[in-house]
Ligand binder design. Structure first.
Ligand code: IPD
Ligand code: CA
Length: 324
């Protein structure tokens, strides 16, 4: 993988800028949450569960304006302005979801974030995810690790390197804690496949669930970016979703990689942890937490084996193409 040079010091500066921007955007998200819950002003995109508010647009406008002022040469991909796939270039490109977890935002369920990724050489190299409700700031920079901080509520505390503790063993999916999402595609064929997948991941093979893995549980946090953060910190073992977009996963992918996770795309794609353009736009995503080496298996081999086991367990399907 060849990543064009942007001097390390420059990337550190971009990271500091992006963190400050995420926190500023976080203030607007908090303000917006109160307004939207008071007014109920919510619009629908492709269907009644694909939500957007004035604040999704306003936060993106803020982000675009600040990036343009500071880095006028950088390109930009954002959920509210770039619904169609544009060819990626080698240029530095911000890839941003202004509010990830809009359904949570509308309901006041406090798992909502802004997700800001930087792509260089068509790969994520820098990521900042900030949940202003819980003051959780995830950061990652290629070659420099990933961290979790609480800048507003615990400013004196040094950011914690991810994963938060030495990885526990992860022999198989039985006993795992898995992140899955309902997403916003709700047709019968897709819902059948998602439901069958969830049944097999959680079901008890000794009590009639054919192929059941008996995972400890499935969690739906409601934000792709925060799912990546949770896998990076080690709280979730795996997160899998079909139907997201690059802005949902770009920042999370580099944070997870820097925390020792394996990030991959669709079933059968190479498990080489190279988040290239195909994976970014592929709309099928899986990430598995760091696993330590054991006497019989290297951690990276365990990650690959478990991703294959996961994909053998769940159904594959294609998300509907967006309306033109
Ligand atoms: C959504 C969230 C959700 C995921 C959807 C995404 P949005 O993003 O990340 O968890 O299931 O696929 O579209 O709409 O809140 O930005
Ligand atoms: Ca969004």
């Amino acid at each position: 993988m060849s990543i064009p040079a942007l001097a390390d010091a420059e990337l550190q500066e971009v990271l500091a800028f992006t963190v400050a921007l995420a926190r500023k955007a976080g203030e607007l998200i908090l303000e917006g949450s109160a307004v939207i819950r008071a007014t109920g002003a919510v619009d629908e995109k492709k269907n009644a569960v694909d939500l957007v508010t004035e604040y999704d647009r306003r936060v993106e406008e803020l982000v675009v304006a600040e990036i343009k002022a500071r880095y006028p040469g950088f390109k930009f991909i954002g959920e509210e302005t770039s619904s169609a796939r544009a060819p990626m270039t080698e240029e530095p490109t911000f890839c941003v979801d202004p509010i990830d977890g809009t359904t949570n935002f509308v309901h006041g369920f406090p798992h909502v974030c802004i997700s800001l990724g930087l792509i260089l050489g068509k790969r994520p190299v820098l990521g900042v995810i900030y949940n202003p409700f819980l003051d959780e700031l995830y950061t990652g920079l290629r070659g420099h690790g990933a961290f979790l901080a609480h800048p507003a509520t615990r400013p004196a505390l040094a950011p914690a390197r991810l994963p938060l503790s030495a990885p526990r063993p992860f022999p198989n999916l039985q006993g795992a804690l898995l992140g899955v999402e309902w997403g916003s595609d709700r047709s019968a064929p897709l819902m059948d496949k998602k439901a069958a997948s969830f049944t097999r991941l959680g079901g008890n093979p000794a009590e009639g669930v054919a192929g059941g893995k008996m995972a400890h549980s499935l969690r739906s946090v409601g934000s792709a970016a925060l799912n990546y953060g949770l896998v990076a910190q080690g709280g979730l073992d795996v997160y899998w979703e079909i139907g997201c977009w690059p802005w949902d996963i770009c920042a999370g992918a580099i944070i997870a990689q820097e925390a020792g996770c394996l990030v991959a795309g669709k079933h059968g794609a190479p498990l080489d942890n190279d988040v290239d353009e195909e994976i970014l736009w592929g709309r099928k995503y899986i990430v598995i937490r760091a696993i330590g080496d054991s006497p019989t298996e290297k951690g990276v081999d365990a990650q690959k084996r478990l991703v294959r086991e996961f994909y053998d367990t769940v159904e594959d399907f294609d998300p509907p193409a967006p309306k033109a």
